[in-house]
Design a protein around this ligand. Sequence first.
Ligand SMILES: C[S@@+](CC[C@H](N)C(=O)[O-])C[C@H]1O[C@@H](n2cnc3c(N)ncnc32)[C@H](O)[C@@H]1O
Length: 356
Amino acid sequence: MAKNAGLQAANKAKKDEFYTAYEDIQLEMNHYEDKFKNKTVLCNCDDPFESNFCKFFLRNFNYLGLKRLICTSYRTSPIVGAQMTIYDLLDEPVQRGNGYVMDITEVPMSNGRGVSDDDIDKLLKSKKRGVGKLAGDGDFRSDECLEYLKLADIVVTNPPFSLFREFVATLVEYNKQFLIIGNVNAITYKEIFPLIKDNKLWLGASIHSGDRKFYVPDDYPLNAATCGVDDDGRKFIRVKGVRWFTNIDYAMRHEELDLYRRYYGHEDEYPKYDNYDAINVDKTSDIPCDYFEDIGVPITFLDKYNPEQFDIIKFRKGNDDKDLTYTVEGDTIATDRQTDRQRITPYFRIIIRRKL
Ligand SMILES: C[S@@+](CC[C@H](N)C(=O)[O-])C[C@H]1O[C@@H](n2cnc3c(N)ncnc32)[C@H](O)[C@@H]1O
C-alpha cells in the first residue's frame, strides 16, 4: 500500500473510534422493550469489555427476555476505560490481529432485583462465559462474523461511520432487524435514501437535535471546544447530527404531526420550484395544513415523519435531474441584476405529500 493510502486508512480508522454513552442506549431502547423477547441480539462492532451496548444488554438480558447475546469486537478497537480487558481475561498479551467474541445465553443474577455490575463481572470472568478469540480480525464482513449475523434477529450497535453504507447494506441483504447509530447526513446517501422512501428504514425515537457525548481513546487530542474529560477521567467529544437508524417499529412514529400554517392566502411564503411542481418549505413546522400536492421539506422532517400521514415521493432532484431550485423575484441581494431575481438551491430537499 502506498504510504499516503496507509495513513489515510489509519486516520479513517481512528475517526471510527468513539464509544456510545450508556444513557443514550437506554433512552432509545426504552421505545422497543417489547420487541426483544426471545431474540438473539448481535452487537458486531463491540468489545465486550468496552462497549456500553454490551453492558446494556447484559444488564437487561433477563428483563428484556433475550434468548442470546453475541458481541464481536474489531481488532483495532483500543482499550479505553475498562477495569479489565479481554486480554487479561484470556491471559494473553494484547494482540491487535484478532477480534474477540462473547456469546451468552444466560445471565445469572445474585439476587432477584436485577443484574448488577458484580453479576456482569462474574459472568465475564467465569470459565463458562463463552468469550473467545475470533479466527480473523472481527470485520463485520468476514465469513465468521457473517455466520454470527445469520444467527441474529436484531443487530444493535454504533458501527464505524466510514463503513455506514456497507454496514446497512449487509443488514438489509441478510434481512435483519437493526437499531444503529449514524450521522443524519447518511439520509442523503444514495444507498440509504431509497430504503427510507420505501419504508424499510427510519429514524429512531430519542435523538432529534443537539449533540451527544461519545467517549474517545485516551490518546485522543483534546483540542476542540467540544471535547472534555468526565469525573472518572474518561475523555469524550460532543458530536452533532447523531441519529438512530432502525427498521423496528415504535409507537411515537405513528403520532400525527400537528400542522398550524396555511398555504392559501400565504402563497408568497411558499415558492414553487423551477424544476418540479412542488412548494418549498424551510422548516418542518411550516408545512401547511391545507396543501395536498407535493411539498419540498428539509431532511430533518424525517425526525417527525409519520408514514400514515405523509408519503415520501422523491428526493433532492427536480424533473431535469438537477437539484431543486426556486427563484425569488425582486430580492435586494439579487444575483441576476438585470432581472432582479435570485435563484435559490436549498440544501437537500425531500418531496412529500399529505395522505390524510
Ligand atoms: C463508532 S465506534 C463504536 C464502538 C461501539 N459500538 C460503541 O458504540 O461504543 C465503531 C467501532 O467499529 C469498529 N470497527 C471498525 N471497522 C470495523 C469493521 N470493519 N468491522 C467491525 N467493526 C469495525 C471500530 O474499531 C470501533 O470500535
